[in-house]
Ligand binder design. Sequence first.
Ligand code: MGD
Ligand code: MGD
Ligand code: MO
Length: 759
Amino acid sequence: MPKKQPTVRYGGPAGGWGSLRGIVELAAREKPSPAALATLLEQNKPGGFACVSCAWTKPADHHPVEFCENGAKATFWELTSRRATPEVFETHTVTQLRDLSDHDLEQFGRLTHPLRYDSHKDRYVASSWDEAFAEIGRALRSMDPKNTIFYTSGRASLETAFSYALFARAFGHNNLPDSSNMCHETTAVALKKVIGSPVGTVVLDDFKHCDAIFFFGQNTGSNSPRFLHVLQAAVRRGCRIVTFNPVRERGLERMINPQEPTAMVTGHSTDLSCQYHQVKPGGDIAVLLGLCKRVFAADDAGRPGGQAVIDREFIAEHTNCFEEFEQHVRSLTWEEIEQVSGLTRVSIEAAGDVYAEAKNTIGIYGMGLTQHVHGSENITTYVNLLLMKGNIGRKGSGISPVRGHSNVQGQRTVGIAEKPELVPLDRLAALFDFEPPREQGWNTVDACQAILSGEATAFLGLGGNFLRAVPEQRAMEEAWSKLGLTVQVATKLNRSHLFNGDIAYLLPCLGRSERDNLTGEPQVVSMEDSLSCVHGSVGKRKPASPHLKSEIEIVCRLANATLDPNPKMSWHEWSRDTAKVRQLIETVYPDEFSDFNKRLFEPGGFYRGNAARKRIWKTETAKAVFAIPKNLSATGFSGAVDRMVLVTLRSNDQFNTTVYGLSDRLRGIEGKRDVVLINPREIERLNLRPGERVSLVTDVNDRTDRRVAHLEIVPFDLPDGCVAGYYPELNPLVPLSHHDQSSKTPAYKSVPVRIERQV
Ligand SMILES: Nc1nc2c(c(=O)[nH]1)N[C@H]1C(S)=C(S)[C@@H](COP(=O)(O)OP(=O)(O)OC[C@H]3O[C@@H](n4cnc5c(=O)[nH]c(N)nc54)[C@H](O)[C@@H]3O)O[C@H]1N2
Ligand SMILES: Nc1nc2c(c(=O)[nH]1)N[C@H]1C(S)=C(S)[C@@H](COP(=O)(O)OP(=O)(O)OC[C@H]3O[C@@H](n4cnc5c(=O)[nH]c(N)nc54)[C@H](O)[C@@H]3O)O[C@H]1N2
Ligand SMILES: [Mo]
């Protein structure tokens, strides 16, 4: 046997002292004031403010400190003492700023003044708010609304999102792409199709009643660390966790809860997953069908007590197409399943046994399922597995996509949608006395296409870092200058602000932790979390600059400057009183938001309900559907000599394109992000050396040369045939056409690449 080559990995558990070290290091860099530290104690509690990091739910019975390593980092990042004042822009041209890294750009700190791009000087210069609104309004009015794009990143509140979507429709378009188009759009489309609800069906209480939790492609330790407490409690009462992920993510292996002093001192960690299977990227449809196959086999054999494994009563009453699905599963061979998944029949059967034995199972997933060419089939096949045992709409069970940005799910609930059929347009028309556009708008991929082709004339960005987050980065940056107007509402400088249209503004806004005192009364805003609970949030800190405006004020003033007056649209009033906007939301969405203002601070948030949870299926046939996948691999491309599947990952020290630092502690990678992770067998097979510098080149035949150079080969425990590296640095490799077939979510988790030696 050849000697096993070492790989890079982290020895400690998730949580524990390592997580505290992570917080302290970021605080040392951002230097938040002592008062900012106190602010942290109000995070995620009723009457406090909702964390700007992930969308994990905020429990009613909260801990003394209800924040995690990454939540604390996000708050310190927002409350930094650094400032990007107009002087910073006097000393740097925009072209010079393009040479800086994502981390260095945000290190200038909080934006303090509205800025206008002066193309003669190639610099941003300070502007007044009045001048900014007037010029933007004039420019928009001169354009065909159908050619303009209003993007939203998933942080803006329900109130701001509702107003922004109304502004777009009153102006005359549904071009409302948002970050969920790059994220869980696959979920929205696939779940809607098979269970009639675009969001997950699980609530927090279900985690107290489940016997098994399956995890596909979600990295809890880095991306939703507060969820680890829930998992720990479940494991302690005997629930079994089974994980499928190409990477051995430490957070799903073991953890120490920083809230438990004894465990912190003794270093006693809790093991989380009882089985961990390193599936090949894109191999999940095969795995899921293998699990279904095992369930059929277990059912054929009969349970020891004579009880059936498959819930045929549920299937008969609530579902369609089961027989076809059964036939499909039975006809598959284990050879096919093993080949595509990279796992053995024995290991898939072992996982299948956990599922077959458990009464109640929760299915968790994240970007590892959604960001593939056949991502939708990943999800519908996952639903099939759950439906086989009636695991949807029963206490302790369900499907649970773990959402990303803190209000990304809520924005879609209140109207940020390019799909008009998802919005109660008739109600909007009646309430506001206007004719909303009825045709399909542009999602993120469509918007990119329209920018590349020159069809789009304006881009408004409500937060986010669009140019750095989307595929086809190089071509997108070049095409950007064809836009007539670009407006970015932001807290910190990022790369998207360095590519400008003819008229370009950068508008600085309050962060969620800051007080919105426009009228002397602190304004409240609200968000919906990953488990569909709605929470109020009140900013506490003094704003980073006296010139900042709240996002809702910016949106309302833009609308005022752009639209013809309409007595039913009181933008001025709404910008000063978010309670009025909540009343409007309640009127448009009475089932979800009844008594909105009264229920705003209910501990744990108020649940806005989910029909599928009650086994009411809002599908075409009024039943849940067993959809038959047409593919066994989700990658959408076949293997070829030296073609590798690239997975783009988030580190533990970033929030999307915001790179806090260079420590991916939970994977043992420190001090660098310019890496290609690859297993030692593949290093040898491809004749490479650890530490060698290589280029990654996209392996599609469309004449575009997409490459990222100077990446270091790092030996890492991964399946054969794949490599991994960091988002957003590797985004220039992702072709725009490489996206989920149903939802157009970019396939960031399986990009075909070749490794080229550096010459
Ligand atoms: N600290 C922090 N928190 C965040 C974010 C952040 O960047 N930093 N981002 C937020 C946002 S917007 C989102 S959407 C979420 C993202 O959170 P996640 O859904 O966890 O997304 P990723 O970290 O991109 O990838 C998830 C996992 O998928 C695995 N994976 C990759 N390919 C496959 C595959 O083919 N099959 C399987 N089974 N697994 C695969 C990867 O190894 C990784 O562990 O987190 C949110 N929370
Ligand atoms: N290769 C690859 N690409 C990906 C992904 C991947 O896994 N791999 N993931 C995709 C996913 S899941 C997502 S969600 C997208 C993320 O795409 P976006 O949501 O567009 O990007 P973010 O990095 O979250 O945006 C960061 C910027 O938001 C601004 N900001 C921060 N807080 C606020 C605020 O309170 N208000 C306002 N107005 N602005 C604020 C700051 O200026 C900051 O620079 O990226 C996608 N791209
Ligand atoms: Mo996301």
